[in-house]
Design a protein around this ligand. Structure first.
Ligand code: M6R
Length: 609
């Protein structure tokens, strides 16, 4: 959840670290710090608050040095304070450590070190690492880090420097990502490629239980346990630096909502063969023979990725003959799993690092399932741990609220369902129709984005309401869940997503003139039932904001406010209906003065359980 960035080369390290931290701030933003080695001494600056607070603190100091490590924190152990901010040091101020993850046995290790007379200063689990490394250090930093990590239980992505060891940064990973960036006469490292994409697109991700020694001109990777050298090839990421900039937008969330026509296009690019009406998904080829025989298919994910998976279940049921289930990864991992043979588990994840999703696929693997992934971040843990998969190529998603990743995940899910469906019973005509409609989606999304002012006006009318409902059925039930999640997380308004058919079983008791309901009612086979639900709300004086198909007069007659979407196939509607929900959440959050891209208590990538 936190962010790590490191630099070693011939340039001043401080501006590079600060710039990298700003790009990682979406991963955690309650405190931050840097440690810069000037060849003799290490300068440590850290503070509670944002990177901008750190910058202010640094501006009064003269920090020089060509090597350093930095961190932005999302607190797990210990309140966000100056003292609890990373980097952490040993008693003598020789060892400097930044850490993502959780040291589970830290209290045992702390007691052990305290018995040796070592005094602790912070409430963090990370401090124990600094003391342990110092305890084992006898001139060989690699050995000291290896011995310290051998004592540790839990997860870590770390970067370590030592005052007496200038010219090298030690990195290590178990369960929390660390990527080395290859420059010319310089190296970078970070928990996320976003931090260094401005400087290099050539990266080498560390695998679990690996350690790397990075110098200005070289890097060496080895196993933590046996110090066995590992050869790893360089991966080039296809993200551009400007994709991670605001480019004139006030917030990343809005920018990423507007990037959806392109993200949806990129998810399909080179994957559609209109002649055969069968998508081409090269990433699936390694398991295609098994997948053809598969009957039982389970989709897992968290948060917005789970909602995409939920829509995916309906799409798979519509286009294939598979038995499909969807589950929250955080629940699935604790189930007593008993799979029929040839079961596939598909993990959905933007970051590819979500701890619960990773744990879920590891458990599924243990129980004999084959693993697929739909992941955005190239080379991420889920991408590497699945047997096969597809990148959705949404580009960097910086806003904590997931938007463009969701719609592009839905496109890839549809392509995968089409591929399998065409192997099952789906006709050429249906396949060709799906492809035609998929290709029309970017244009239709653009059309919808022209309505942003109208949606902003609706947000102005309702943003003071403290409670909202979102309702939908079938393909659009998960959009009700997603609409409510978006509103909650960025505006802090209480919202609930409901299957519209459940209204009469309880939630209708909540309806009153102060509680708006967003009804997702496109013209599909659920239309009539949704109209009835809207009538029930209206007869109880509840305001209704309807998301309906262009020209739907019936909805216009009964809803208070209407947002129209272009016509498409029933199973593709969610790719359109979610966009007004994203914009409503965005504008409500702005009107309420919220920190849209960095909502309180959240982090972009949830790498702890
Ligand atoms: O990186 P992932 O897609 O695995 O992340 C899953 C959730 O943490 C994520 O979707 C979260 O719910 C977002 N804040 C939603 O906007």
């Amino acid at each position: 959840m936190c962010g790590i960035v490191c630099y070693i080369g011939s340039k001043e390290a401080t501006p590079i670290l600060i710039e990298g931290l700003k790009r990682l701030e979406y991963r955690g933003y309650d405190s931050a710090g840097i440690a810069v080695h000037d060849g003799k001494n290490v300068h440590l600056v850290k503070t509670k608050g944002r990177i901008s607070d750190l910058e202010i603190k640094i501006s009064n100091l003269q920090i020089r040095g060509n090597m350093g490590i930095g961190h932005t924190r999302w607190a797990t152990h210990g309140e966000p304070t100056d003292i609890n901010a990373h980097p952490h040091t040993d008693e003598d101020g020789n060892v400097f450590v930044v850490h993502n993850g959780i040291i589970e046995n830290y209290s045992i290790l702390k007691r052990r070190l305290e018995k040796e007379g070592i005094r602790f200063r912070t409430d963090t689990d990370t401090e124990v690492l600094a003391h342990l490394i110092s305890y084992y250090f006898d001139g060989d930093l690699i050995e000291a880090v290896r011995r310290a990590l051998a004592d540790v239980e839990g997860t870590f992505g770390i970067a370590v420097i030592h005052r007496e060891s200038p010219g090298r940064i030690i990195l290590a990973r178990r369960g929390s990502p660390i990527v080395i960036g290859i420059g010319n006469g310089e190296h970078f490292a970070a928990s996320d490629v976003n931090a260094m994409i401005r400087y290099t697109a050539n990266v080498v991700p560390l695998e679990d239980n690996e350690l790397a020694v990075v110098t200005r001109d070289d890097f060496n990777i080895m196993t933590i346990q046996a110090a066995k050298i590992v050869n790893r090839s360089i991966t080039t990421v296809d993200w551009k630096a400007e994709e991670a900039e605001l480019n004139g937008f006030p917030h990343y969330m809005l920018k990423e909502i507007y990037e959806q026509p392109e993200a949806v296009n990129n998810a399909m690019r080179g994957r559609i063969d209109p002649a055969e009406a069968v998508p081409k998904l090269g990433g699936i080829e390694p398991v295609w023979d098994d997948l053809k025989r598969c009957k039982n298919f389970i989709i897992v994910g968290c948060g917005t990725s789970y909602h995409a998976g939920y829509v995916g279940r309906y799409i798979f049921e519509r286009l294939t003959d598979l038995d499909v289930d969807v589950e929250l990864a955080s629940e699935f991992r604790y189930r007593k799993l008993n799979f029929p043979s040839n079961t596939f588990v598909l993990a959905l994840s933007q970051s590819g690092e979500t701890a619960d999703t990773l744990a879920a696929i590891r458990e599924a693997r243990r129980k004999g399932a084959k693993l697929l992934g739909i992941v955005n971040v190239v080379g991420s843990s889920i991408a590497r741990e699945t047997d096969a998969g597809v990148y959705n190529h949404a580009g960097p998603e910086i806003g904590v609220a997931s938007t463009k990743n969701f719609t592009s995940q839905l496109v890839v899910l549809t392509l995968l369902a089409l591929l399998i469906g065409r192997h099952h019973n789906l006709s050429y005509t249906e396949g060709a129709e799906a492809i035609r409609e998929l290709k029309a989606l970017p244009g239709k999304i653009k059309e919808m984005l022209f309505q942003a002012n109208h949606i902003q006006a609706i947000a102005e009318k309702y943003y003071r309401c403290n409670n909202w409902l979102f309702i939908g059925r079938k393909f659009n039930y998960p959009i009700a869940l997603e609409g409510a999640l978006k509103l909650k997380e960025v505006s802090y308004i209480h919202a609930e997503g409901y299957a519209a058919g459940e209204m009469k079983h309880g939630p209708i008791a909540l309806i009153n003139p102060e509680m708006p309901t967003v009804a997702i009612v496109p013209q599909d086979d659920m239309h009539e039932k949704m109209i009835n639900n809207i009538q029930e709300i209206k007869s109880r004086k509840g305001p209704v904001i309807a998301i309906s198909t262009l020209g739907d007069r019936e909805v216009k007659k009964i809803a208070d406010d209407v947002i129209e979407i272009p016509r498409t196939l029933d199973y593709l509607y969610p790719i359109l209906t979610v966009i007004p929900c994203q914009l409503l959440a965005y504008y409500c959050a702005v009107l309420l003065g919220r920190d849209v891209d960095k909502p309180r208590n959240l982090a972009k990538s949830v790498t702890v359980e």
